[in-house]
Design a protein around this ligand. Sequence first.
Ligand code: ATP
Ligand code: MG
Length: 616
Amino acid sequence: MRDKLKFIGEIMRGSRAHFAVAAAAVAVGTLFSYLIPLIVRFTIDTVIGGEGATGAVADSFSPELSPATLAWLRDRLWLCGLAMVGCAALQGGFDYLRARSASVASETMAFNLRNRLFDHIGRLGFQTLNTLDTGDLIQRGTSDLQTIRQFLESQLVEVTRVLIMVAAALPIMLLLSPPMTAVSTAVLPVVLIGSIYYFFRVSHHYQAMAESEAAMSNVLQENLTGIRTVQAFCREPYECEKFGLANLTYRERMRDMMRIVSTYWGFSAFLCMGQICLVLVVGAWWASRGLLTIGTLAAFLTYVGMLVWPIRQLGHALSEAGRANVALNRIQAVLHKPEEQNPANPLRPPIRGGIEFRNVSFAYEPGYPALKDLSFTVEPGQTVAILGRTGSGKSTLVNLLPRLLDYASGSIRIDGVELNRIEREWIRSHIGVVLQEPFLYSKTIRENIALGDPRAHRSPGRIEPGAEAKRRMMEVVKIADIHRTIENTFHEGYETMLGERGVTLSGGQRQRLAIARALIKDPAILILDDSLSAVDAETDRRIQGALRQRRGCTTTFIISHRLSTLARADLVLVLQHGHLVQQGTHSQLIREPGLYQRIYQIQNQLEADLQREMAD
Ligand code: ATP
Ligand code: MG
């Protein structure tokens, strides 16, 4: 609880003054609203009825006025009306101030929290992100955050208003008539207990509702992202049914919630009306026996109306607090997920590209290592090809280098420095990665490539193409062999807008764009994770040729099954079930019995068969 209050205090930083103004405006506005019944009573009893003058019912709210003053006032009754209108206007003014300050304060809070959440998600580790559902995260960042914002905007101030109203009304009522006060508040404890019960029920239901809404968002998000797969496999009916089910669950949870809400509203409305009726009946009876003036009865009726509805509103505020509490828990659960940590005194050594693995192991899940006891050495500028069956750990191995994954045991040294002692951002700025499934933004081709260029001047959403940046871009698009494609295929050339995740490009075009993006930062280490799988052999040859010309300045890891790639590498690593089973050059490995030799023989055999068939 303390942790939560501290957290709320933190996210309200910058908006506390506005909240204070809102609370003060509520307090003053409420006091003005309390003056109105007193003016009504004074007008009825003293001015019209002349009670104050005769002293029949003397109390601290009936000022002793001389008969002359009373007569003067009686001739100018509009003055009493004006006083009431004045109080109402002031109350309205303060209400405006409250609404404005509360909305500014809650918007500021939501703005801070949204930024904080987004910032945190951006810093989560690769593995943590793998465990989170996108739809659920979106739900937490939008709907849950909105629930907290609404609570702070309306309910926090509302609670202040109720407390002030009760605190101000009770003494006035007690001074007017203690027995009548007892009658006026007889039912209120029941309403209060009902509100607290309601709070616990609503919290429970809101949790279920938020979870089912998140599940529905997930199905929606997954379907929108994978709409092409859904259509290609004619899975629309199945997916519609799946979404329908999630939607139905959400509706049921929502209905459960609404049932509780309506029960509470109905029951509390009955109690509140009952309370007013009680005051009316008992008050009228006492007034008829001369125990109460009509003015006091009118004042009590107004006060009880002012009291019961806000107290009933308190139940609503409590239910909103329950919802906000659940929403806050859901947001905090994300914020408590560990961010990627840098070592205590991170190093920023010069990176030349020398790499040494010593007995490195890595497991996604404890007890199931994806890499086991890997040891090899790469000199700066060398090209390393990695070969292995699907699932053998190739992507896992290369993802260790930019510290997307952190190795559990053993040692990886980059130019003699232990990798996990190097600052993450530093090592990542020296490694160009083309992931197995490259992600492109729905921006222009130019912006997608320049995204990798740390020297390009950029503001959010815009990258300024300077002459030097253009030269660098030309250089890399030529190496990635995509310049001609861009010029010839797209009318708008480099300014062509890509669809979401680059869907308007072919698989090979996407891969080459991603290679250009990785190369533009001039990395000391380049990782191509199966990045030429979707390009034809001719283009592959040209790209590899251009990359070889850069040899000596970039250590390159290429995951590939093409013999032409493997044959030209300085070092070939062969992985099997996470073990490094063979390493060496192509000429060494074809002479060594093992997986490499077998693949070589199979590919040669296939080629020979093909040539024989063509000759026949
Ligand atoms: P491919 O040639 O198909 O790309 P790969 O050699 O790159 O295969 P990896 O992606 O490194 O294989 O996966 C190695 C093993 O780790 C596989 O058994 C895979 O199921 C597992 N694995 C990969 N990613 C994760 C993950 N995020 N969480 C848990 N296990 C994973
Ligand atoms: Mg892979």
